[in-house]
Design a binder for this molecule. Structure first.
Ligand code: ZN
Length: 164
């Protein structure tokens, strides 16, 4: 089992505490004492590509580790019993103050990702949504995002050699 697998760090059965917690698959350990099998699954997360009426993309600066101080898109983990759409609207509200309803979201694609957190590599499945605004509001970053800004022609800004 590779060190970037979250189960790499789990040595005891979470039900009975036994140390006989054996790897039985890339994503599973099983307790040979009580029989409990624990599967690690990708954690659902949402990412918003929010575009204003000038075609500019909303980006923020990360206020927390990992990658504190780097540019980031609005988004975050889904909570238990929450739809992806509810999670996306909640994260947008928490980080930007914008009130978005699920009907304003357009699902785009998903991307597996790894998020270093609390000493382990959390495996995520990131769901990307597009949000098109008919205004260009001035926004203050909140929660774990600071310094929200609109960037025009994002590929030229982020990749100066990009040609479209
Ligand atoms: Zn056990």
């Amino acid at each position: 089992m590779k060190a970037d697998n979250p189960l790499y760090h789990f040595h005891y059965c979470p039900i009975c505490g036994s140390s006989h917690f054996e790897t039985v698959a890339e994503n599973a350990r099983q307790c040979t004492d009580c029989g409990f099998t624990y599967y690690t699954n990708p954690r659902g997360a949402t990412v918003a590509l929010i575009v204003n009426n000038k075609g500019e993309l909303l980006v923020g600066t990360r206020a927390c580790e990992p990658a504190k101080g780097t540019l980031d898109l609005v988004g975050g983990f889904m909570d238990l019993d929450e739809t992806a759409e509810e999670a996306m609207c909640r994260e947008i509200k928490e980080e930007t103050g914008l009130s978005i309803v699920p009907a304003q979201l357009r699902y785009l694609f998903s991307q597996p990702n790894t998020y270093p957190f609390s000493g382990i590599c959390v495996k995520t499945i990131d769901l990307f949504f597009e949000v098109l605004l008919d205004t260009a509001p001035s926004l203050q970053g909140r929660d774990d995002i600071q310094g929200l800004q609109w960037i025009g022609s994002p590929f030229r800004t982020l990749c100066p050699n990009f040609s479209d």
